[in-house]
Design a protein. Structure first.
Length: 367
């Protein structure tokens, strides 16, 4: 598979002031986002470089910005993976967000601990689909898992997970059970990926404003970005679709596709799902909203290890410059605002932040 080669490689001078508006406006552009994408598809098909299924996926991607792969994962694999995740919770290895309506809360990056989740994320068929759509080799970056509806407001992932060159992020939503229409399913807006990207600057959110809200990092996001997205949906009269998935179905979406979690109508229902985000290999990965460099955890996927204390501690400790500091590393990974505060000299380290503020704020310090 082809490796991404930026037209103009850049040298990053700061890992805490990365914003889209500061990036040079160079390509390349993902091949299905180019003006001649339709011609490229037909040419590749005529030259037997792609098969009919790929042609259909590519043409739908151009129009709608998403693709649904039915039953990519078997019931047995889904059940076995979920069973391992539940055991990690029961054993206290994973501590989820607070319970809501009787279900455990969501958890960020369960693949750190679950070998079976990692196996799903690097599934050869899934990676093949993702890499084909972007036209370059693609690697896992982040995962989120949950028992129930996220009810997350509509957004585009690109304000949270940003790339240089732009557009080289892609996501996969995996149904871990049959999804009910009353459980708060995923909603998305076909064709919205073709709208201009809305980054922090477009919403009028400065980096200084974000850094000034250490106690509530996403306050400017809620006040400015979310209303702007709602306004765009109204103005453009975008049509909403709901993903009523069967167990093992996968919805893949474009970096700029607007999507969110609908409201749960029946709190007795679960909505088990695994969401995985991927970056193209060799692109610059950062968070436009916080201005921080994205942590590259791709090494975790290079070996089939049960990601417990030894490997994760050594790897993350090295990443953050502290040997055997798994708790500190995970704390900084979960709370990028703390990392920014430390780099700005407000705290000595993550433990100091947790002792002074984090514990009272309900933040988790994982052992």
């Amino acid at each position: 598979m082809k490796i991404l080669e930026p037209d103009a490689p850049i040298k990053v001078k700061s890992s805490t002031n990365l914003r889209f508006e500061l990036m040079p406006k160079f390509g390349p552009t993902p091949w299905l986002d180019t003006k001649d994408a339709t011609v490229l598809i037909e040419g590749n098909f005529q030259n037997a470089m792609i098969i009919d299924e790929q042609k259909k996926i590519a043409k739908k991607w151009i129009t709608d910005g998403y693709s649904i792969i039915p039953k990519l994962f078997s019931d047995d694999q889904i059940d076995s993976t979920w069973e391992e995740y539940e055991k990690l919770i029961k054993d206290g290895i994973i501590e989820t967000e607070p319970e809501k309506h009787g279900f455990p809360g969501r958890y960020l990056n369960p693949h750190f601990y679950s070998s079976k989740i990692r196996k799903m994320m690097v599934d050869e068929k899934l990676i093949t689909y993702l890499s084909f759509i972007l036209g370059v080799k693609t690697n896992p970056f982040q995962s989120i898992i949950g028992h129930r509806a996220s009810e997350q407001k509509t957004h585009s992932d690109s304000i949270h997970m940003t790339t240089y060159p732009g557009g080289y992020m892609i996501a996969a939503w995996i149904a871990m059970e049959d999804i009910s229409a009353d459980s708060g399913p995923l909603v998305y807006y076909p064709g919205s990926h073709k709208l201009p990207y809305v980054y922090s600057s477009e919403a009028g959110i400065t980096l200084e404003e974000v850094k000034a809200n250490q106690d509530d990092l996403y306050k400017p996001y809620r006040q400015k970005y979310e209303p702007l997205i709602e306004e765009i949906i109204r103005e453009k009269k975008l049509s909403e679709k709901t993903f009523i998935a069967k167990k093992g179905d996968v919805l893949i979406w474009h970096a700029n596709l607007l999507h969110g979690g609908s409201m749960c109508k029946n709190f007795e229902l679960s909505r088990k799902a695994l969401v995985c985000h991927y970056f193209s290999e060799n692109c610059l990965k950062y968070h436009d909203y916080t201005g921080a460099m994205a942590n590259d955890f791709s090494s975790i996927f290079q070996e089939d290890l049960h990601a417990q204390k030894g490997f994760i501690s050594k790897y993350l400790g090295k990443l953050f410059g502290k040997e055997n500091s798994i708790s500190e590393a995970i704390y900084l990974s979960k709370y990028p605002d703390v990392k920014i505060s430390i780099e700005n000299g407000l705290f000595r380290d993550a433990k100091e932040h947790y002792n002074l503020h984090g514990k009272k704020e309900g933040r988790k310090w994982e052992l």
